[in-house]
Design a protein around this ligand. Structure first.
Ligand code: HEC
Length: 123
C-alpha cells in the first residue's frame, strides 16, 4: 500500500487550515496583512508589546500567538484585560474593522514566516 503525504503550500507548520497571510522574502505581504501591520502601528500596540512584538510591559505576542486561539485573540483585543494592564479596543472602529488583518500579521510574525516587523506590499 502506498501512502502519499501531500504538503499544501501555505499551511504553516502542519496546521490544518491555510495560513491567514501570504508572504515572500519574509517581509513582502498581501494587502490584508499589510493593513494589519498598519493597524498595529496606528493603534500603537507596540507601546506595550514592543516594536518587534517581542514584549515589553505586555507579553511577547510572537510567543502568545503560538498557543492563543484566534477567538481568544479577538476577545482579548476587544475586551482587554483591564485589571492586568491590557486595554480594550472594542471602541476602536479601526482596530475592530481590521481585526482579521491584525491577526494575520501577528500570526505571520509568530509563525516565523514574517521575519521582520516592518512589512511592505507584495509586488
Ligand atoms: C497599555 C499597554 C498595552 C497596549 C497599548 C496593548 N496591550 Fe496587549 N497586553 C498588555 C498586557 C499588560 C497584557 C497581559 C495581560 C495578562 O497578563 O493577561 C496584554 C495581553 C495581550 C494579549 C494576550 C496575550 C496572551 O498571551 O494571552 C494580546 C493578544 C494582546 N495583548 C494584543 C494587543 C494588541 C493587538 C494591541 C493593539 C491593538 C495591544 N495588545 C495593545 C498591554 C497592552
Amino acid at each position: 500500500m502506498v501512502v502519499l503525504f501531500v504538503v499544501v503550500a501555505g499551511t504553516a507548520f502542519g496546521q490544518p487550515q491555510a495560513a491567514p497571510y501570504k508572504v515572500v522574502d519574509g517581509y513582502k505581504v498581501d494587502a490584508n496583512t499589510l493593513q494589519g501591520f498598519r493597524t498595529w502601528r496606528a493603534a500603537a500596540c507596540d507601546r506595550c508589546h514592543g516594536a518587534n512584538q517581542e514584549g515589553m510591559v505586555g507579553p511577547s505576542l510572537v510567543n502568545s500567538l503560538k498557543t492563543l486561539s484566534k477567538e481568544d485573540f479577538i476577545k482579548t483585543v476587544r475586551d482587554g484585560r483591564l485589571e492586568k494592564g491590557m486595554q480594550s479596543f472594542g471602541n476602536s472602529k479601526m482596530v475592530m474593522d481590521n481585526i482579521d488583518n491584525l491577526y494575520a500579521y501577528l500570526k505571520g510574525r509568530s509563525d516565523g514566516a514574517i521575519t521582520r516587523a516592518k512589512v511592505e506590499k507584495m509586488p
